[in-house]
Design a protein around this ligand. Sequence first.
Ligand code: GLY
Length: 320
Amino acid sequence: MEPILIVHGGAGDITEARVPGKFTGVKKAVREGFKVLSDGGSVLDAVEKAVCSMELDDNFNAGYGSVLNIEGYIEMEASIMHGKDLKAGCCTLIKGIMHPISVARRVMEKTNHTFLGGENAMEFARRENFELLPPDSLITENAKRALEEFKENQKKGVDTTFARTELDKTEPNGTGTVGAVAIDREGNIAVATSTGGITGKVAGRIGDTPILGAGTYADNEIGGVSTTGHGETLMRFNAAQRILQKISCHNMSAQEATEAALKEMTARLVGTGGAITIDKKGQIGIYFTSKRMAWAYIKGNELHYGINAGEDFSENTTEK
Ligand code: GLY
């Protein structure tokens, strides 16, 4: 099996002005993650590295650059899963930590549990020697502007219940959850997803990203999926699991399953989203019902990337 790493940098109504930054960020992340795989690292190491790269990049809504809740502060969440033994780690309501994905991995590896949240997740991170940053240090001007615009739209009565499409048009950040899926030569699959959630969310709101089956799922016997988009919709639809179900029970290809599940989700629940998928045969699925979703993957010496529907640019990985 040829190793593959695929990443997404969030689905949404991403403005034209933000496209170049998204491209630079997803290409950097996929190169960094794939290097881990080609240097002999595990699929878990590779997806964690790719997500860490985007958590450091303010082009994405994860780690530094996370969006603000209605109270004006950041609450982040993440999950990671290994398809070999179905081990997973999830965390939510994380404040002032640059890499929530690494907290999630530590939950998986250092506790008897799968999901930690809130103050006790923070206490766990403290005990595990994660650097606790002043929470404001992760806040960007874009995130502040997005919250101001959210509040102005609320005053104007813009309905943000579902796809947030109207709202996202005015958001400098769009939605920008990040995720990665990898498969190695032995067919091991891992998935990682991390987010700041959605601008203007109520404090304590938890989205799809840390929820297994919604934001993240990996099973060597079927495939791996990371999703992005409107969390309440993805969670209620159990989006990642639905895609895998279409592969395992309906004999669909990764692309057919990703497309069919997301179309069905948006038709039934209105909210939009996107997903990246790798099945156990190493086939790739990429689809979104939002206006845009930044993605990139590396297979062999080829790096493919895109952001608009039907787009597929490619370059050789030996090129800079
Ligand atoms: N998918 C990110 C969120 O809604 O929280």
